[in-house]
Design a protein around this ligand. Structure first.
Ligand code: 13P
Ligand code: SF4
Length: 304
């Protein structure tokens, strides 16, 4: 079978088996082409709560598939490639968070959605990069404990200066590879280009950018802008996707190192094997964990 045959077979099988395919924006372009919905973390979680299909395949990382299962327990949910996890989601465990909560008992615990289901059971509300500022503004408490991405947390603190936001404890190992030196080099090579970065980047990098936003916000900015050259400071797949989407504009990677190997792990063959029923992993969550985590995701959908 050639690539086109595989794509056609995936599309035929997903209809026959009532499967909805969700793809995070960092997936390869051939996966975008067979997906029913492509988006950032927030878009995918909203889509997950609306999809009417009996079965869902998540092409992304494990916490995203878990989010789908948390919101849709009646659906059979698969992660297309079981090894695709998010290292940031594993950076903090339940014991660690319990300890921190004891130190800050009157703080509202806000978790980036890139966390395990177990960790979400201890949080008050989840946020994504595109919904974080709005949700935190809407929380009826000025004291916020934000986990686990200190870089996104720093970006949010600057947008919501009237709240006291404590940051604990990690960051995205992919986005932190971008340095100020990369900005200097990119500006020298492409002086007219706009620099667009994800707030998971280091604060000193975000400070030098022309625009900071979630993956979808970066893509929308570039598509709708009158500018024609962009330096992309997020996972490098976005450079390729945008070049296909906007062939008359030019896109450059801010750093060749901004590649998420976990996002890249899923291939079209994984999706094919998953729709065929010979690959992927069904996501099973204990009901107590699912309900505990659901509370914080429901709160995210309500406040966002
Ligand atoms: P968004 O999809 O919310 O932009 O998050 C980026 C990311 O790193 C997802 O894992
Ligand atoms: Fe996790 Fe960063 Fe990869 Fe997103 S890009 S899945 S936050 S490691």
């Amino acid at each position: 079978m050639n690539l086109n045959d595989i794509k056609e077979e995936i599309i035929r099988l997903k209809k026959e088996k009532d499967i909805c395919i969700l793809a995070h924006a960092y997936q390869r372009h051939d996966i975008w082409e067979v997906a029913d919905y492509v988006g950032d973390s927030f878009g995918l979680s909203v889509q997950a709560s609306k999809a009417s299909n009996k079965n869902v395949i998540m092409c992304g990382v494990r916490f995203m598939a878990e989010t789908v299962k948390i919101l849709s327990p009646e659906k059979t949910v698969y992660l297309a490639n079981p090894i695709a996890g998010c290292p940031m989601a594993e950076q903090m465990d339940v014991d660690m968070l319990q300890e921190v909560k004891k130190q800050y008992p009157d703080y509202t615990v806000v978790a980036y959605v890139n966390t395990t289901s177990e960790l979400k059971t201890l949080c008050d509300v989840c946020v994504t990069s595109s919904s974080a500022v709005k949700i935190i503004k809407n929380i009826d408490n000025n004291k916020i404990l934000f986990i686990p991405d200190c870089n996104l947390g720093d970006y949010i603190s600057k947008q919501v200066p009237d709240k006291e936001i404590k940051l604990v404890h990690g960051g995205c190992p992919t986005h932190v590879r971008i340095t100020e030196k990369d900005i200097e080099k990119a500006k020298a090579l492409h002086p007219g280009a706009k620099i667009l970065v994800h707030p998971e980047c280091l604060p000193r990098v975000t400070a030098l950018a022309d625009f900071a936003g979630s993956t979808t916000e970066i893509m929308d900015f570039a598509e709708n802008s009158n500018d024609t050259e962009f330096i992309i400071g997020t996972e490098n797949s976005i450079v390729e996707h945008m070049q296909i989407k906007c062939p008359d504009k030019k896109f450059y990677a801010l750093s060749k190192d901004c590649v998420c190997h976990n996002m890249y792990a899923t291939t079209l063959m994984d999706v094919y094997n998953c729709v065929k029923g010979t690959g992927g992993e069904e996501i099973i969550l204990e009901e107590e964990v699912r309900l505990g985590a659901k509370r914080s995701i429901d709160e995210m959908l309500r406040l966002g």
